[in-house]
Design a protein around this ligand. Structure first.
Ligand code: ADP
Ligand code: MG
Length: 300
C-alpha cells in the first residue's frame, strides 16, 4: 500500500479552548476508502478540514502525497489534488450561478478558460446535472445542491476526495443517488458519516473517533459489531447490524415482505388499535413462521 495521507501526532485546539483533536496518527493508502465514525463532536470534521489545510497552524504533521502540509503555498499547490465536500452545501456554493460555482476551483488552479468550460460540463454531467449551468445554486433542492457541491470538487479532478456527511438531510432517493456518485469516484475516499448503508456499501476500513482520539481502526464489520467498543465511545450498534447478528446466531428468523391476505387483523396507530375483519390483501414484514395465505394464491 502506497501511503497518500500520513498524519502524525496531530492535535488541534480551537480558539475558544476546545481540544478537538488529540495525538491523532493515521495513514491512508492510495485508492483506499476510509470512513470516519464517532458521535457528534468527536473531531471528524476538524480532521477533514485539517487534511485540506483549512485550519490554522499545525501541531503535528500531515503529508499529502509525500508533501508536507505546513504552509499556505503548499496548501494552495495541493488544492487540485485533494477536494473537500463540506457537510453543508451552503458553505460550498457561494456564486450566483451553478457554472460559476463549478468553474471556481479549476479557474483558481489556473486552468485555461476553454478547458474550464469543458470541465464544468463534464463535472455536471458526472453528477447527473447536465444543463444546470445557469441555475441559481440557492434555489436548488437539497439533493441538487449536494450534487453541485460534488461537481465543484470533481471539476478540479482531485486524486483524493474528502466528504463530510455527504448523505445527511437527503430524502431516500437523493441519498441513493449520492451514494452511487461516491461509489463511482475512482480515487482515494475519506468519508465522515453516520449513514450505515453508505458505510456498508463503500467502506474498506472504519476509523472510530471519540473526544478527538482514534479509538478503533479496522475492517467495517469488526468495528460495527463490537457492541462494547461502540457503547464505550458514545455510539449505538446500528439496528441493521444488530438484526444481521441476531439472524446469524439463529435468534430470529428472517423477516420477509410480500402481499398476503388475512380475514382478521388489526393495526395500531399512535397507540389506538383499529380492527378489521374484511378479507383483503396488504403488504408488511413478518416472520416466516406466521401462518398466512400468499397474495398470489387463490382460495376456492
Ligand atoms: P464531529 O465532526 O465529529 O461532529 P467536530 O470536528 O465538528 O466533530 O468538532 C470537534 C469539537 O470541536 C467539538 O467539541 C466542537 O464543538 C468543536 N468545534 C468544532 N468547530 C469549532 C469551531 N469553529 N470553534 C470552536 N469549536 C469548534
Ligand atoms: Mg462533523
Amino acid at each position: 500500500m502506497t501511503p497518500i495521507i500520513e498524519i502524525r501526532d496531530l492535535s488541534f485546539t480551537y480558539e475558544n479552548g476546545v481540544e478537538a483533536l488529540c495525538g491523532v496518527n493515521l495513514t491512508i493508502g492510495e485508492g483506499e476508502t476510509v470512513v470516519f465514525i464517532g458521535p457528534n463532536g468527536a473531531g471528524k470534521s476538524t480532521l477533514l478540514l485539517m487534511m485540506r489545510g483549512l485550519l490554522g497552524k499545525l501541531d503535528g504533521r500531515i503529508r499529502i502525497a509525500g508533501e508536507r502540509l505546513d504552509h499556505p503555498g503548499q496548501v494552495e499547490a495541493l488544492a487540485g489534488r485533494i477536494g473537500l465536500v463540506f457537510q453543508n452545501p451552503e458553505d460550498q456554493l457561494f456564486c450566483p450561478t451553478v457554472f460559476d460555482d463549478v468553474a471556481f476551483g479549476p479557474m483558481n488552479m489556473g486552468v485555461a478558460p476553454e478547458r474550464v468550460r469543458e470541465r464544468v460540463t463534464a463535472a455536471l454531467r458526472a453528477v447527473g446535472l447536465a444543463g444546470y449551468e445557469e441555475r441559481v445554486p440557492h434555489q436548488l433542492s437539497g439533493g441538487e445542491k449536494r450534487r453541485v457541491s460534488l461537481a465543484t470538487i470533481y471539476a478540479m479532478e482531485p486524486d483524493i476526495l474528502l466528504l463530510d456527511e455527504p448523505t445527511s438531510h437527503l430524502d431516500p432517493h437523493a441519498r441513493q443517488e449520492v451514494i452511487a456518485l461516491i461509489q463511482q469516484f475512482p480515487g482515494t475516499r475519506v468519508i465522515a458519516t453516520h449513514d450505515f448503508e453508505l458505510i456498508l456499501k463503500v467502506a474498506e476500513r472504519v476509523v472510530l473517533f471519540h473526544k478527538g482520539r482514534i479509538k478503533a481502526d479496522g475492517c467495517p464489520i469488526e468495528v460495527l459489531t463490537d457492541e462494547a467498543l461502540l457503547k464505550e465511545n458514545g455510539m449505538e450498534m446500528p439496528l441493521v447490524v444488530r438484526y444481521l447478528m441476531a439472524l446469524h446466531s439463529g435468534e430470529v428468523e428472517a423477516l420477509h415482505e410480500h402481499e398476503h391476505e388475512h380475514i382478521y387483523h388489526y393495526h395500531t396507530h399512535e397507540g389506538k388499535r383499529t380492527e378489521r375483519s374484511v378479507r383483503h390483501s396488504h403488504i408488511h414484514s413478518h416472520d416466516h413462521d406466521v401462518d398466512h395465505t400468499h397474495g398470489h394464491e387463490t382460495e376456492s
